[in-house]
Unconditional design. Structure first.
Ligand SMILES: [Zn+2]
Length: 308
């Protein structure tokens, strides 16, 4: 059963003189159609803001694609409207910081995709998000948002967080972690040793490699949550949604305590990987050790060489 389109497409088309479709197509056709798409995207953004977009989110939009509204163009217009709308909201939360980020990272030009159920940008979005409300694809440097999974009350926080991933440079860590030569070396060391027989040099090689992995995972999340809370720190009147309420007490802490607390929370919630070379032997044991060291270091307030 189809969902009813939540926006009044036909009225918009009539307003723009696009219904019925003029024959033959006049020269002004393309920009006018584009305007109509923008107008519809605007209506969708407004509905989302009021919490009136149906629960199935973009799925409900598939009934909106009546000629000459194309799914691809409407998708582009929606992405653009949601990005610009989000940016102008988070600018209000921290104008100073926003300007710095805007100059340094050109956040206005971030690739941004709103996920829908109607077949727009579907494959890549699904791969990045799986069940997550939002995510960042490091390869295509694209932010993804699943509109059906992000409630309005959490949107800004999640947007700031994903933007934090956009500006957090982990490419070098990814390259080093995936370097075939290093991985081969790691596997050899792991296969020929027990945790007790590991030489100092081999231990160091494994630890360096594990630190690259932690910088892609746990430590990246730590940096980006630190950034998120830092960005929000002046927003004392901000109303947090139920899923981001845990951030509220952090705003009142001093920076060091806050960073330690965020680490403790993430450390508790992010388990070690268990696949492939992490399933057995030297590597998972060494990872446990390195995480204990890291935990002790950070929770004692020693953040040196960890923060950019
Ligand atoms: Zn994250």
């Amino acid at each position: 059963m189809g969902h009813a389109c939540p926006i009044d497409v036909n009225t918009t088309l009539k307003d723009f003189g696009l219904s019925p479709i003029p024959q033959p197509l006049p020269i002004w056709w393309s920009p006018v159609v584009w305007k109509a798409h923008e107008n519809l995207a605007n209506q969708i953004w407004n509905l989302y803001n009021k919490g009136e977009l149906p629960a199935q989110g973009m799925d409900s939009l598939k009934d909106c694609f009546v000629e000459p509204i194309s799914d691809v163009r409407l998708s582009q217009a929606i992405n653009d409207r949601f990005l610009q709308g989000s940016l102008s909201e988070i600018k209000k939360i921290n104008p100073k910081k926003f300007d710095v980020l805007s100059q340094k990272y050109r956040i206005e030009n971030m690739a941004f995709r709103v996920l829908d159920g109607a077949g727009l940008d579907h494959k890549e979005a699904k791969a990045v998000l799986s069940d997550l409300p939002a995510g960042f694809n490091i390869e295509t440097r694209t932010l993804f948002f699943n509109i059906s999974n992000v409630s309005r009350s959490e949107w800004n926080v999640i947007f700031i967080h994903e933007m934090g991933h956009f500006i957090d440079p982990i490419e070098d860590h990814i390259e080093a972690f995936n370097n075939p030569k290093t991985v081969h070396q790691i596997d050899l060391i792991s296969a020929n040793n027990t945790i007790e027989s590991l030489s100092v040099d081999d231990g160091r090689i494994i630890d360096e490699w594990l630190m690259h992995g932690l910088n892609i995972g746990l430590l990246a999340e730590w940096r980006v949550w630190n950034f998120t809370v830092d960005y929000l720190s002046n927003a004392t009147n901000y109303t947090f949604g139920p899923r981001s309420k845990w951030l509220q007490p952090l705003l009142k802490m001093n920076i060091l305590d806050r960073k330690m607390k965020i680490f403790a929370i993430l450390d508790n919630n992010i388990p070690d990987p268990t696949t492939e070379r992490f399933s057995d032997g030297v590597i998972p044991k060494r990872l446990k050790q390195i995480r204990i060291k890291l935990r002790n270091k950070i929770l004692s307030g020693d953040l040196q060489n960890l923060q950019r």
